[in-house]
Ligand binder design. Structure first.
Ligand code: CAO
Length: 552
């Protein structure tokens, strides 16, 4: 027996984290990898596991303590003789070369007890015999051994493959959980094995130290009962669950994944849901590199499907199906893509459709257009729409707001800066017409032209695109009947405008041809109710149908 300090292992960036739960008590028997405490940082909580098996003599931490890597958690009485799963065997000094290794595992329980109860101190290294069994292999149950990869007498390293098993779906290599010498194989090709099946007996060296104790009995190798399995021993979780920050894994999917235990362990440590990882090894088995690749991809595509718990896009070689050309996305494309993606996944969108009768507005615009043409000024419907939007925003101030970062407060803006989506060869940009409520139709029109030109000449400054309250995306000059624009978050609403069309409208007596403008308002449903969405577009429609109302 020896007494060991159990300390906090490397827990990554968790530094000086608070103990929020102590999961063991003095006197408890624990297994290596059993959780000792739960700690919590501002980001996540994590269970800290024991690095050894034994009896807790003294707890060194309590609730509320701050701990970091190296902090002593408890003092553990450890049976170095291998009492947990192993039997002490001869030390080099006392070995009996005549005794075959197999005999070690065939000794009687009576002798085993003696070995446990009568330890003697020594500084020499000890060896023990361990049963190496099949670890957690997910949904593979009663699978057939098709290959034995080691022989008696072989030295194997932990994680070296011992056997290959095959189910009706796939094959898998089962690795060793320890380093040592194979003494006795316990399985044959054709045997069926499941989690827990003993594969072989291994001679494991436990290394010498001042505290190491070995039996003072004779030099006969012994096996003793597993003293770590009494009722008070806590059920052991998968070792890696302990060190992983709290990450939700779909256990069913995870178990079904075709991967070896070491890869499963690795995936759990990284919080990777194996169910979403594509295996590239034989028969689609997932290897460590697949898990690493998955993590790399998830990190490079911020906010990608993986972070949402959905399967990533498959990587497809399209050239298999025909000629292809690869174009790299422009900087604007990439940036816009990120913003739109974030908005799409974080804002609950609703789109309200409506129409405005702009027959009169268009007549007026055309008349104005003729008058202003000589001064080189052109007014498009967009300038009217901006004015009508501002008037409507004044009536419905929630549409001119943003949620604060906590999501608990609404910031109402008392200014009216309207963003206008501009299509350029490099992608979409949104310059902002500031204080649109203080500008005339002509001023707004000129600003749209200038911004559109600057955008296409790549001359927009970052400040030209800041401070917007509400965005308009006008596709009217191009075509289309309706679309669902994405809110330019943290704004809460965006107006899409499609191409106006002459349509028959019933005036109570007869159908009359009227120029109808399609309006598509998308809004953040956390901030705006459906009824208000409909009120907003109705009012906007009224403004555009009778532009005199904008003056009121
Ligand atoms: N219905 C019918 N015709 C329309 C219209 C509408 N809703 N809106 C504009 N038009 C007409 C204009 O009157 C103009 O016709 P005339 O030259 O005969 O007067 C023509 O379409 C072209 O207008 P325009 O597009 O040059 O000017 P605009 O002020 O309407 O728009 C701008 C300016 C910069 C917004 C626009 O050029 C643009 O880039 N739009 C694309 C926006 C976009 O890509 N949105 C998608 C975002 S989501 O991916």
């Amino acid at each position: 027996m020896s007494i060991q300090e159990i300390v906090v292992p490397d827990i990554g960036d968790f530094d000086a984290v608070e103990v929020i739960e102590v999961l063991v008590a003095e006197g408890d028997f624990i297994q290596a990898e059993d959780s000792i405490v739960t700690v919590e940082s501002d980001k996540a909580s994590m269970e800290i596991p024991s690095s050894a098996s034994g009896k807790i003599l003294k707890l060194k931490v309590g609730l509320g303590d701050n701990i970091a890597e190296g902090t002593i958690l408890l003092m553990l009485e450890v049976d170095d003789t291998g009492a947990v799963e192993t039997a002490p065997v001869e030390t080099p000094a006392t070995s009996n070369p005549e005794k075959p290794p197999e005999a070690a595992v065939a000794d009687t329980p009576a002798k085993q007890e003696t070995a446990t109860e009568a330890p003697a101190s020594t500084s020499a290294a000890t060896t023990s015999i361990q049963e190496i069994s099949v670890p957690d292999i997910g949904d593979f149950d009663a699978v057939e051994i098709i290959e034995i990869l080691v022989a008696e007498g072989d030295m194997v390293e932990a994680e070296d493959s011992l056997i290959t098993v095959e189910s009706d779906k796939a094959s898998m290599e089962i690795p060793s959980s320890a380093t040592g010498k194979v003494l006795k194989l316990k399985v044959n090709i054709g045997d069926s094995v499941s989690e827990g099946s003993v594969l072989l007996m291994m001679e494991v060296s436990s290394g010498g130290s001042a505290e190491t104790v070995t039996p003072k009995e004779d030099d006969t190798p012994k096996v003793k009962p597993n003293v770590s399995a009494p009722a008070e021993a806590k059920p052991s979780k998968s070792p890696v669950e302990k060190l992983s920050p709290t990450v939700h894994l779909d256990e069913k999917r995870f178990n079904k994944a075709y991967a070896s235990p070491s890869v499963r362990k690795f995936a759990r440590e990284l919080g990777v849901d194996l169910g979403g990882v594509e295996g590239t090894s034989r028969k689609g088995r997932i290897n460590k590199d697949d898990v690493k690749g998955f993590v790399k991809k998830a990190l490079s595509t911020k906010g990608s499907g993986s972070s949402l718990g959905v399967a990533p896009m498959p990587e497809i070689d399209y050239s298999k199906f025909g000629e292809i050309e690869t174009l790299s996305l422009s900087k604007i494309n990439k940036l816009t893509g990120q913003f739109l993606h974030r908005s799409w996944v974080t804002v609950p969108h609703v789109t309200q459709f409506d129409e405005a009768d702009i027959t009169e507005m268009e007549a007026f615009r055309k008349q104005m257009g003729k008058e202003l043409e000589k001064d080189g000024i052109k007014i498009t419907p967009l300038a009217f729409i901006i004015r009508a939007v501002v008037t409507t925003l004044k009536l419905y101030p929630r549409f001119n707001s943003s949620l604060d970062i906590t999501g608990e407060n609404l910031i109402l803006k008392k200014y009216f800066n309207i963003g206008v989506a501009v299509d350029t060869p490099d992608g979409l940009v949104v310059p902002v017409i500031r204080e649109a409520d203080q500008k005339s139709l002509v001023e707004i029109s000129q600003e749209i032209r200038e911004f559109a030109q600057k955008a296409r000449d790549k001359k927009l400054k970052p400040s030209d695109m800041q401070g917007g309250c509400f965005t308009i995306s006008s596709l009217g000059g191009i075509g289309g009947t309706k679309f669902t624009p994405i809110v330019n978050a943290p704004e809460v609403a965006v107006l899409g405008v499609s191409k106006s069309q002459m349509q028959p409208q019933w005036d109570g007596n007869e159908f009359k041809p009227r120029l109808m403008l399609p309006l598509c308002l998308s809004y953040d449903h956390r901030v705006i109710d459906g009824a208000d969405g409909a009120r907003f577009t109705s009012h906007l429609s009224k403004m555009l149908s009778d532009i005199r109302r904008m003056m009121v």
